[in-house]
Write a new protein. Sequence first.
Length: 441
Amino acid sequence: MNGTGAAFEYAEAADFVLRILIGMVAGALIGIERERAKVSEAGAKELPGIRSFSLLGLFGSLSAYLSVVEGVSPLLSAVFIVVFMALLVSYIIYRTMILKVGGITTYIVMTISFILGYVAGLGKLLEAVAVSILTALLLAAKFPLEHLIGGISYNELLSALELGLIFFILGPLVYASNVSVAGVSLWGLYVFFTIVLTISFGSYIAVKMKGAEGLRYVALLGGLVNSEATLINLAEIYSSKDRVEESRRNITVATILVNTAMVLRNLVLATVAAYVFLGEETVSRVLVYVAPGLIIPGLAGFLLFTVYRETEPAKTEASITSPLNFDAALRAVLAYLSLILLAWALEVVMGSTSIIPVSLIGGFVNAGATILSLFTVASSSDLHTLSAGVLIATMAAVLNKPLYLKSVGIEQRMVVEVSKWCIYVAIPPLVVAVLLVTGFA
């Protein structure tokens, strides 16, 4: 035998051993979980263990390798499958007729182990191991999943299904319609509506898990996505005629948090947009121009929140009766639609040639989208005006919060209180924007 032939035989043997080992490992991973189930579950002593599942995986890999890879006989694969089915049926009879034990999970898992071994025998080694790990993980998650499902009420399940219906059934239909009238896109209204409902559902889960403190996380995370939708939801939750002072405090804190998150998001958004649309060399200049006007209100928001936390009552209550607040979502969409129509009318009157008016109008509707649009049409020749546009859009997005609160029926005194803090936060970006436009910065 020459060296080339020997090397080929060794490679072929190594490939055979690897496929058999992976098939056995795929079965063993499932067998480890079943072995643990014997210890932790009552009445599970008769379950096949690590040896049985390892042998099933090995049997499957041998079946595939000999019948398909080596091509010993076209009927050999069928013979192996029939033998496995005979073993499986024998075990089913033994378990149901003699042990009097029900359930089909074990039979399914035994079949999966054989199939994974077969897949490994065909050379799909990574796929076999990946599916084996997922199967073992699903089996091991039995008790956590049971605990989770046990804690879900019918109303919560129904709300989750309704949200899924809106996402996966209504969403594609709206997107396909491509309807737009007077600057108003039906898809845009749908997206805003779904964001409001999603935050409503998230707020319910947060309160259920963390109590009133959970809503602070909703305010911060929601502010990164859509500060207006987040604030409307939180205002609906916090609003109470019986606890006026507590409601005022909570709505003010929520406004501070969503504005802080939104301002810092816009800073990151402007930096990324400068890099993507204008090039790496413009990033440092945009940061120098924009950062002072956005970092200052961000830090101010954090300090204000700290002050409110230090003077907060010992117990802050929050309760949500329904996971999905369709009434608040519809009112939020109407407020959003009103601002879009107002922005469209102003743009028709003023024109859209200037960055500053476009930033002011667009910021009242959606600051994030406005900032991205500025960078897509602007050039690096006038970064002063472009950066001023980012600051003006952010300022407008801060100042629109009282309008949204008013639209959902928050009482006038609370709106005035929130307006005061919004004006404080809006001053730094306004001052820096004016300095940039006038050439003093």
